[in-house]
Design a protein around this ligand. Structure first.
Ligand SMILES: [Fe+2]
Length: 255
């Protein structure tokens, strides 16, 4: 069976049965199914089929065949950003701070792992993730003024709000930095990443990256197949991948 499946052929099933089944089989991700099965599944309900496909997309994103490696307890800190124009390297927390739980990130397709960066060269846990998710490509980038050519220019580029046609996967091996992602209400969420943090951003999500005040980050970049780094700066709402992503959020909001 292809994964994710292109179409799902199901007989009518009571949604409660589906929820119970999926919670028993993959409890960590029951939210993804419960979001998308709020109504009886029928072949005559095209919106149901669409949402089933959207849920498979989300599940394929987290890799449901190897769910045990996704750590939900985070050292990572996340919060809603203020609107200040001050230095992008500052935290930009609201007063009082409004933290964002990991579950809220998962609902917009952002997933997190906590790994041991001291053993990244021979880490079986990282190998499992790469094998399971098909991350065949890997390189390491050091973001520092003495290490990265055209440092200032690159920083500006990283901080432009943009999206990609593919997942963006980053694993911080040393140092730290911030990923900012838009939530479904178009608010910025800041994700503070430090050594050992790994995240995936779904294709089609608006996001950006900046250094923090340490001005140093060493990160592993992973990709399925040959890497495509092309970024589409906002506005990119006409792109098919953007529409697919927005539709997956609509299904999630049925919860
Ligand atoms: Fe990006």
């Amino acid at each position: 069976m292809d994964w994710p499946p292109q179409s799902v052929d199901l007989n009518p099933i009571e949604p409660i049965w589906v929820r119970s089944f999926t919670r028993a089989v993959i409890p960590q991700y029951s939210w993804a199914f419960s979001l998308n099965f709020p109504f009886p599944i029928q072949k005559s309900r095209p919106e149901a089929t669409f949402c089933i496909q959207a849920s498979f997309t989300l599940l394929s994103h987290v890799g449901c065949s190897n769910v045990t490696y996704l750590h939900r307890q985070s050292a990572m800190d996340t919060w809603y950003m203020d609107d200040s124009d001050e230095d992008q390297r500052l935290p930009h927390k609201l007063d009082p701070n409004q933290p964002v739980p990991l579950e809220d990130l998962e609902k917009i397709g952002v997933f997190y792992w906590r790994l041991n960066a001291d053993i990244y060269e021979n880490d079986p846990q990282l190998e499992n993730i790469r094998k399971d998710r098909g991350y065949s490509f890997m390189d390491i980038i050091t973001v520092h003024k003495d290490k990265l050519p055209n440092y200032e220019e690159k920083l500006k580029m990283f901080y432009e709000e943009h999206l990609h046609l593919d997942e963006e996967i980053r694993y911080i091996l040393d140092g730290s930095g911030y990923f900012d992602v838009r939530n479904k209400d178009d608010r910025w969420i800041r994700i503070a990443m430090s050594k050992g943090d790994m995240i995936t951003l779904p294709a089609g999500i608006y996001h950006r990256f900046t250094m923090d005040e340490t001005n140093y980050a060493k990160a592993m970049r992973l990709f399925v197949g040959e890497p495509v780094w092309k970024a589409y700066n906002r506005p990119a709402d006409d792109l098919e991948i953007r529409q697919k992503y927005l539709n997956s959020l609509k299904c999630a909001s049925v919860m």
